[in-house]
Write a protein that binds this ligand. Sequence first.
Ligand code: 4AD
Ligand code: MG
Length: 443
Amino acid sequence: MVKTIFIGDVQAGNYDGQEVELMGWVKRSRGSNKIRFIVLRDSTGVIQCVVKRDAVGDDSFEDAKGALIESSIIITGMINVDERADGGHEMVATSVAIVGSVNPEKPFPITESAMQAADGGETEFLLDNRHLYLRTSRMTTMLQVRSTVFGAIHNYFRDLDFTEYQAPNFVAGAVEGGSTLFEVPYFGRKVYLTQSWQLYAEAAMPALERLYTIAPSFRAEKSRTRRHLTEFWHAEMEVAWATNNEIMSHGEGVVRKIASDLIEHRSDELESIGRDLDLVARYADNPYPRMRYDEAVETLQGMGVDIEWGQDLDYSKEKVLTQDFEVPHFLTHYPKIAKPFYHRVDPDEDKYVLCHDLLAPEGYGEIIGGGERTWSEEELLARLDEEGTDREAYQFYIDTRSYGGVPHGGFGLGVDRVCSWLTGADHIREVIPFPRDSRRVSP
Ligand code: 4AD
Ligand code: MG
């Protein structure tokens, strides 16, 4: 069985007046004992198919009648242009065959009434049925947009001759602090799931100079905000001989590339889920301003937000700060005490580090964290000691500084967060097929 014709191509007008074979799933079905109207869907769209008993014969008609929602079927018929039809085309069937039937005793569970009646509410009901919810048009659209985002990231880095590089997921130490580490039993001892590819990327930096990845990272985040997952997709990059400013240029470059690829390839999909395309185009077309952490704190204090110098900005604060941003903004020069040991201390003023976060507008907040690395062995040891971090798990990392260390840096971009922001989703779990949070690991 080979599928050659997709509904999207039919709706594009490529088969007007021709007889074609369509394979797909029943989205809706209604009618009488003489005529059925089946709305067929596939990954590319929907089309209404008219099935008349007289035209298809009794066997095909009974199949059509028995094809419940989400049955998979093959329909053959003539494609007619019809202005009134959804998508502008309609099929008049000549034959119908069921491929995978649905048992009438166990109909497709996702219905309006079931969602309303669900005990734990609609959201929990849809999460419980995530494996089936993926087929709905909203989720299908999210997954297609997500794929374009991944493609844009790969293309951005590959076009600039970055090497894609993989790090292990089982690790011995923290990158982003111990409080969000997942412990895993490992043949009688404890290891952790990685929070970031970064430290292993820094080991390859003298070999590859420009490297990137897109991989899962893990954080034992209890906080159930609209932007936290315990397993998220992390696009990270590392560059030799680079300063904080150059790394920010790449962060801006990759995010603008994602936005412009979405405008180019996914405008219809974004519109179908209600996204304002002017906003996405604005994020593609304009530069992203840079401001220092101190200025952000003053701005927040001016807005009456309770924040003290030295604190990292949590979601509640970033939300207020970014509500009125027209485009994403970089915040630079965070206080040393707010950031992990690997951030390079600002040689001009040692209470700051040379780092950045990129904050998305519309209240979304942080989508990128990055900066220059502590690259001299002496400074690195001092920072580990100052932080009270045991050197043992980081011996390999310290070693990388002992043989020709150079200034370098990089960033990590939360791919799911970027998808959530650019689609205008209410919650990060809307954009990942099987979201993981502190309560849910199934289905
Ligand atoms: O700011 P973070 O913690 O930085 C790092 O992990 C660095 N080691 C990256 C680097 O320099 N190579 O995480 C980077 C980004 C955040 O800006 C955010 O977008 C995303 O990863 N992120 C999460 N996304 C979803 N759920 C979570 N729990 C996330 N934690 C971080
Ligand atoms: Mg961060």
